[in-house]
Design a protein. Structure first.
Length: 728
């Protein structure tokens, strides 16, 4: 490593720019309405509601069109900016995954109770964005004589409903059968106290992606209601307890209050029991003052966002950056209780000295979100890595898309190996990494069967060096993703001294080469007999790929870009194809509103690293040009501010990383250098502080690292020191 460091440096005195102005107050620029709109494949799927960083509770409005339609495709987070109707404020949401789930336990203020209001389209209320406000940890809206304010702790939501004199019968509904998309509730129980003031229960959610899982709740009103009751389907009952089992449960309760009331209610959740939900309530209930909760949430968010400080940028860039940083902390999801007890995979209940998280959109987030956590929130990242390790060890499988306390199994690849190994290579430890490596290595070498997260037939993969397209769908995407994962796990093993198995995985990480067809210069599927299948069109989505085409999958070798360039035909040929990839994208901008792009597509993950390949192929100025173009043309401070689903913060993290001048190459400890937006950036890098500065304007002429000239287009994690970009 020392030799590499010396090879990349030349003596040169630092010339940093003095920065007298204060850093940007990021919390003031966060706009949760960003990324809540969009159309077609450009739908963003965010939500504006209240939550803490990675909190279990994210209480937010679930919306529908004026006709009551709430199809899941546009509402991965329950909300779409173009909607005009709110159909409840539910307590759990996925952030911008493009896949719909959760929507657990909806509350809704209304005027009186009727059988029609046992369904969400019956209690929905029209609203306007002119009377809506969102900030970190707080959401407010006014509709039809009712003012709503929401805030949240990690496990609780505080609701405040102010009913004006136009509301004859102020009523609060609790809909236990509420869900999103094709999700449904299979079982539910509601118990109301004798005075109606508190309530508890549980439900089994069978989400669109999730396997059935049980959530428990406990809640209390500030003041007792005047009357209350329950419903099952469209029948109303003046009683305090009800339970039902079915294929699609419609069950709930209502609580009525005096006219002109201000109703305050706190609800707590747990995955373990009603008693644990009540324990979470008691640990986090500080009263019913919404302003107190709002300020407390804002303080937590301010502290989290202040892990990084930036100077410079214009108002729009500050708003996009701050909101992007905020959005990277919307998922994963805390799933342990306040005392760290949790239900792990395989039905194992644990009580550890650290929190447990779930909801990892790993196929997306391994590319940007997890590398960002390593830089800014390493201690939190260790807890996330430990959670993934516990899922594997307790559940007997490799998490692919963990959701609640099971694995949804959607998407492809063994991305958990990339996430875990890359973080380990960058110095993170303390997540039972040795046991994770052993478990994953044995799984990847087909020594132990997995309960979930299996790649396709590994015997075939070892024998042929690829998966035959006639036997396995998405065969090219699988082989490329597996190559990245094998490389990362191999590097982890080598650093642990496991040379035999790690070197086998390292050799296998080059299997992507086996799908290169030199006759047509594309990757595409091969058959068992070794012949290539037919690539009908390099621009069309093909069953050999996942959410992309041959043009986009040409570049999915982030762990060995130099090897890819050689395979393509050398640096000159690589640059020709890179320029075509981006020039055609710009010329076609935009082929069809809402449609996938057929060249570079920033709205989906497989090619979002490609702008940084220019720098590795001797054209850093082209990397800077296209990164700047993407920042200006694929991000905005608007409801449709992203080019597609944020996918658990993946596109947001791309903006954060590119704007500070460091972009990670997945599965490695390398970062490509690109000119930052900010005049100055500061953050703590594990044991030391790091400053990234920019001097001058125009095109970069020089980079200095640690005070000396840096001639390489990239830098490893261990080489990171203060960086200066000199522009002319």
């Amino acid at each position: 490593m020392l030799l590499l460091l010396l090879a990349c440096r030349e003596d040169h005195p630092p010339t940093p720019k003095e920065t007298a102005a204060p850093a940007v107050e990021l919390i003031d620029y966060v706009n949760p309405i960003i990324a809540t709109g969009g159309v077609g494949y450009w739908v963003n799927c965010g939500f504006p509601g209240a939550g803490r960083p990675l909190g279990m509770v994210k209480v937010s409005p679930d919306t529908a069109t004026s006709f009551g339609s709430a199809d899941g495709f546009y509402r991965g987070g329950g909300y779409h900016y173009d909607d005009t109707q709110i159909q409840g404020f539910s307590h759990m949401h996925l952030y911008a995954t493009g896949l719909t789930d959760y929507g657990v336990l909806a509350a809704m203020p209304t005027d009186g109770m009727t059988p029609e209001k046992t369904h969400r389209d019956g209690y929905g209320a029209n609203f306007s964005h002119d009377e809506e406000w969102a900030e970190p940890g707080y959401y407010a809206v006014h509709f039809q004589g009712i003012e709503v304010e929401l805030s949240a702790t990690d496990h609780t939501a505080l609701h405040e409903y102010r009913f004006d004199s136009s509301i004859e019968d102020p009523t609060v509904l609790l809909d236990l059968g509420h869900s999103m998309g094709r999700g449904k509730v299979l079982e539910a129980t509601l118990d109301i106290a004798d005075d109606g003031q508190s309530f508890s229960g549980d439900l089994i959610m069978d989400g669109e992606m999730s396997d059935p899982f049980r959530m428990y709740f406990y809640g209390t009103f500030e003041l007792p209601p005047t009357s209350w009751g329950v419903w099952n389907e469209d029948e109303l009952f003046d009683q305090s307890s009800i339970s039902t089992i079915g294929d699609d449960v419609e069950l709930g309760g209502w609580f009525s209050f005096e006219p002109d009331s201000t109703v305050r209610m706190r609800i707590a959740l747990s995955n373990l029991s009603v008693l644990k939900a009540q324990s979470n309530f008691e640990a986090q209930h500080s009263g019913f003052d919404i302003n107190q909760d709002r300020e407390a949430a804002l303080a937590v968010w301010r502290d989290k966002l202040n892990a990084i400080q930036v100077w410079g940028g214009d108002e729009a860039e500050r708003e996009i950056f701050a909101t992007a940083l905020y959005h990277t902390l919307m998922m994963p999801t805390l799933f342990s209780d306040h005392d760290h007890e949790f239900l792990s995979f395989g039905g194992v209940t644990r009580n550890e000295d650290r929190p447990f998280y779930t909801d990892f959109s790993l196929w997306d987030t391994y590319r940007t979100v997890h590398p960002l956590y390593t830089l800014l929130w390493p201690d939190l990242h260790v807890d996330l890595l430990w959670s993934l390790t516990q899922m594997a060890l307790d559940g007997g499988g490799l998490p692919r898309w963990p959701l609640a306390n099971t694995d949804a199994g959607v998407m492809l690849g063994t991305s958990v190996n990339i996430v875990t190994a890359e973080a380990y290579l960058k110095g993170l430890s303390g997540f039972d990494e040795s046991n994770f490596y052993t478990f994953s290595k044995n799984a990847m070498l087909d020594r132990e069967p997995l309960n979930f997260g299996n790649p396709p037939n590994l015997t075939t993969y070892e024998e042929l060096g690829y998966w035959p397209e006639e036997e396995h769908g998405r065969s090219v995407a699988w082989a490329q993703e597996q190559s990245i994962a094998d490389y990362a796990l191999a590097q982890m093993g080598l650093s642990m001294g496991d040379s035999v198995d790690a070197n086998h995985l390292l050799a296998r990480s080059e299997n992507w080469r086996n799908l290169w067809d030199p006759q047509i210069e594309w990757f595409h599927g091969r058959k068992r007999d070794g012949s290539f299948g037919e690539l009908i069109s390099e621009s069309a989505w093909d069953e050999d790929f996942t959410e992309g085409n041959a043009r986009q999958y040409l570049w999915l070798v982030p762990h060995n870009p130099e090897g890819l360039f050689e395979t393509i035909g050398g640096t000159e040929r690589t640059l020709e194809r890179l320029h075509e990839f981006f020039d055609e994208m710009e010329d076609a901008d935009i082929e069809a509103p809402g449609a996938p792009e057929s060249w570079y597509w920033h709205g989906n993950e497989p090619d979002i690293h490609v702008p940084f390949f220019f720098a590795l192929a001797t054209e850093p100025q082209s990397t800077d040009r296209w990164v700047d173009w993407i920042q200006k043309n694929r991000y905005s401070a608007t409801p449709d501010g992203l080019a597609g689903n944020d996918d658990g913060g993946t596109l947001s993290a791309w903006y954060v990383l590119s704007s500070i001048g460091l972009y990670p190459l997945a599965g490695t400890d390398r970062y490509v250098l690109t000119t930052p937006i900010w005049d100055r950036t500061e953050f703590n890098l594990q044991e030391k502080s790091l400053t990234i500065e920019k001097n001058g304007s125009g095109i970069r002429s020089e980079i200095q690292i640690g005070g000396t000239k840096w001639t390489s287009p990239d830098v490893t994690h261990s080489q990171l020191e203060d960086i200066l970009f000199v522009l002319e």
